[in-house]
Design a protein around this ligand. Structure first.
Ligand SMILES: C[S@@+](CC[C@H](N)C(=O)[O-])C[C@H]1O[C@@H](n2cnc3c(N)ncnc32)[C@H](O)[C@@H]1O
Length: 281
């Protein structure tokens, strides 16, 4: 990430969610704030989506991971969880669409420059910051996340639901497992949803390989290169060793079966993006 600048990939992900509303009718994931939060960048996001129809698969993946995570978060809230933690929140709007609820708190953690940009965009769109939102500045690569969250008011002795979307691929493996270990240490227990990508296989079809290489080059150019790919079996083993149970892991094909069952063209099964949900005790 370029020092002192807002995350470019946060803007990219938000652009995909906005395009999903405008071009797909919010088919998988309806987010009435996705377009307003983009403000002046909305037209550019739509133009980019129209100019590159091959990116629709990525757009739908981003919509499906949000839908999966928010469905699980709303179930947790119904069961009585009152602390939601959005790690690497970027321009995610979940906190601003949640109804004020008895003792509900949403903690958004990110780099300060990205948080400043988000808050300016919310103000420009006329979206009030609800009293239940707290902003916590932290860098996953440095310092103690648990302490930063405690200073921000999170009570790790009470259960926490964690959304960690679109962040793991940009971190070092040490930061990923350090964060999962810190969350597993929360005394009140956690439920976590995050996404990750398998390493691109050497045998991948040329079109898929080119598509991945083009995406990797694009994010690297924006100063946020992909740094972490994870093998599914090894990931699950390390998660279990950290104390996570009930691991539910969906690859693209499983996500499509769940959220787009009548899609005429199914994406290839196998390697690629995954979304995983898991919990401690
Ligand atoms: C691709 S964006 C995803 C944003 C959001 N979760 C979403 O789904 O739209 C990646 C986010 O991770 C944050 N991020 C990346 N590396 C980080 C780090 N080392 N520490 C804190 N935040 C980081 C970026 O600032 C950005 O908001």
């Amino acid at each position: 990430m370029k020092p002192g600048e807002a995350s470019r990939t946060a803007l990219g992900a938000a652009g995909h969610r906005a395009a999903h509303q405008a071009l797909d009718g919010g088919l998988v994931f309806a987010d009435p704030l996705a377009i307003p939060i983009l403000g002046r960048d909305f037209e550019g996001a739509i133009a980019a989506a129209r100019a590159a129809p091959e990116r629709r698969g990525l757009r739908l993946f981003i919509a499906m991971r949000s839908r999966f995570a928010e469905d699980a978060a709303r179930c947790a809230i119904e069961r009585g969880v009152r602390q939601i933690l959005v790690l690497g929140a970027g321009l995610d709007t979940f906190a601003y669409r949640l109804a004020a609820n008895d003792r509900l708190r949403v903690f958004e953690l990110d780099h300060p420059a990205t948080q400043r940009d988000k808050r300016a965009r919310l103000a420009a769109a006329g979206v009030a910051e609800p009293a239940h939102v707290a902003y916590v500045a932290h860098d996953f690569e440095h310092g103690a996340m648990t302490e930063a969250l405690a200073l921000g008011g999170l009570d790790s002795a009470r259960r926490v639901f964690v959304l960690w979307l679109g962040v793991v691929p940009y971190l070092t493996e040490d930061a990923v497992f350090g964060t999962l270990a810190a969350l597993a240490g929360f005394g009140g227990g956690v439920e976590v949803v995050f996404d990750y990508a398998n390493p691109p296989p050497a045998s991948e079809a040329p079109a898929a390989r080119d598509h991945h290489a083009e995406l990797a080059a694009r994010v690297a150019e924006s100063g946020e290169p992909f740094r972490c790919y994870l093998e599914t079996a090894a990931l699950h083993e390390r998660e279990r060793a950290l104390g996570y149970l009930e691991i539910e892991d969906l690859d693209r094909a499983a996500l499509v079966d769940r959220f787009l069952p009548s899609a005429p063209v199914k994406p290839r099964p196998g390697p690629g993006g995954h979304v995983v949900r898991m919990a401690t005790r």
